[in-house]
Design a protein around this ligand. Structure first.
Ligand code: AMP
Ligand code: ZN
Length: 477
């Protein structure tokens, strides 16, 4: 039974989809005006492990992740997503490109990094600019129902008309990001733009690259409306799961709920899942603070991008984590050791394993692993089960079979890693002695462990004790 923390009820709950075994899941995707940073990717990794965990529970997931290529203004850094410059247009003038070219370039870069981190490609990645019609239609429906009003710069959602506005985050939390410059035309400070009108053109510089005709005049959609329009188009008016970073819980998501539920009168989403931030020196990693790193930086510094994945898996998704290069280095080494240990296993039987499903065999370790991931995605615990399995005195083919299934959830590519020739050649009887010796050391029976070391040496192999009770084995020949 999968349990997950639902921000809506503020509780860990059993996950029950509306139409089992099908699950509809939506993740708020990147704003493609710059490279996504590794903080953003922690949130996308959360979607990925949730998706993989759902699949391990035999659910069939349709995952939609949008691409924000218009309408996300810089004002939201200061608490007002309706003020400031359009990030796309700002990047366009800086890079001397059109906003369309900027979007295309960074979307491609995003997909490349996504693959490098072994994140499963969503079923659909719709772009906001390809869904202007749907967004206008939704605003028209809201207008008809009396939820909107017009100002000199656009069309706004009247939050006082939507009674359940504070259901995801209470109003105080939403208010936290209050305005910097007060827009006097807004009826309530938390009202938000559905459609923004293009500024009147006085020079080439004020002419927007991205703008569309609408019943209210030429302009562009507000940031929030795209997610309501695209998620409901592809997943239906009500669906199961919506994922995003913690900041969205009190900004973007209450507004998505308001727009969608005001139109349909139905519950928009049943489970809201939010991931905690990556910090640098105890400040949120963000593009605006300039304290962010990219996947490219990880690679340039000689690290496997999956070491970042491993690093993130070591902390529970609802806990903030501080990024340091030292921590990444430790994860890189730990992943290397894990791959080496896996590489020593007998793969032949595992590859032809009859069942790829977790827990089907009823074996202890698989059940433990499944319980860990089903306990609100407790990946640190799942990693501990792996170490335990590797240390156990089970046959290597048994270990390999389970590890193949575990890796489907963890996505660490344990099996693709090159197997070091010298280690692959270590015979089964030596490996067995090594495992026995590790067990003795765990029980602090060092005298007996030393005797086994000598026995292993006589067979032509040397053992070296490394962290976590594991052993490095080398041929003496
Ligand atoms: P953006 O491209 O700014 O719209 O952000 C994309 C996603 O990354 C959103 O779900 C954000 O909540 C999330 N995000 C932004 N900064 C961080 C961070 N430092 N750590 C984790 N997630 C983040
Ligand atoms: Zn969204």
């Amino acid at each position: 039974m999968l349990k997950i923390y639902n921000s809506l009820t503020r509780k860990v709950e059993e996950f029950k989809p509306m139409n089992p075994p099908n699950v509809g899941m939506y993740t708020c995707g990147p704003t493609v005006y710059d490279f996504a940073h590794i903080g953003n990717f922690r949130t996308y990794l959360l979607s990925d492990i949730l998706l993989r965990t759902l699949e391990a529970n035999k659910f069939s997931v349709k995952h939609v992740m949008n691409i924000t290529d218009v309408g996300h203004l810089t004002g939201d850094n200061a608490g007002d997503a309706d003020a400031g410059e359009d990030r796309m247009e700002k990047a366009a003038s800086k890079e001397r490109k059109s906003a369309w070219d900027v979007a295309k370039f960074y979307e491609q870069a995003f997909v490349k990094d996504f693959e490098r981190l072994n994140l499963i490609k969503p079923s659909l990645m719709p772009r906001a600019t390809d869904h202007i019609k749907e967004q206008i239609e939704l605003i028209q429906k809201l207008e008809k129902k009396g939820y909107t009003y017009q100002t000199s710069d656009g069309v706004y959602f009247n939050t006082s008309k939507f009674k359940a506005y504070g259901k995801l985050s209470n109003l105080d939390e939403i208010k936290e990001g209050a305005r910097v410059e007060v827009n006097l035309e807004k009826k309530n400070p938390r009202d938000f733009a559905l459609w923004k009108l293009s500024p009147s053109v006085t020079s080439e510089q004020t002419q927007r690259h991205m703008e569309w005709d609408s019943p209210w005049g030429k302009g562009f959609p507000g940031w929030h409306i795209e997610c309501s329009a695209m998620s409901m188009k592809y997943l239906g008016e009500s669906f199961d799961i919506h994922v995003g970073g913690m900041d969205l819980k009190s900004t973007h998501h209450p507004n998505e709920i308001a727009q969608s539920e005001a139109v349909t009168g139905k519950t928009f989403v049943n489970y809201w899942v939010h991931g905690a931030f990556v910090l640098v020196d105890n400040k949120r990693m963000s593009k605006s603070l300039g304290n962010n790193y990219k996947v490219e930086d990880i690679i340039k510094n000689g690290f496997d991008p999956l070491a970042l994945r491993y690093l993130y898996l070591q902390t529970h998704y609802r806990q903030e984590m501080n990024f340091t290069w030292e921590a990444l280095e430790a994860s890189h080494k730990a992943l290397e050791r894990l791959r080496e240990a896996v590489g020593r296993l007998d793969q032949s039987e595992a590859v032809s394993a009859p069942s790829q499903r977790l827990g089907v065999s009823g074996r202890d370790f698989e059940q433990k692993f499944l319980s860990a991931i089903n306990d609100d995605l407790n990946m640190p615990q799942a990693l501990a089960v792996i170490s335990e399995l590797l240390r156990s005195d089970n046959p290597t083919s048994f270990k390999a079979q389970s590890l193949i299934k575990f890796d489907k959830v963890l996505g660490l590519n344990l099996w693709d890693a090159p197997i070091k020739a010298e280690e692959a050649e270590i015979p089964e009887n030596v490996q067995k002695l090594v495992a026995e010796r590790e067990e003795l050391r765990k029980q602090k029976r060092f005298h007996l462990a030393d005797q086994l070391r000598n026995k292993i040496k006589k067979l032509g192999y040397e053992t070296k004790d490394i962290e976590d009770g594991e052993t490095e084995v080398k041929s003496l020949k």
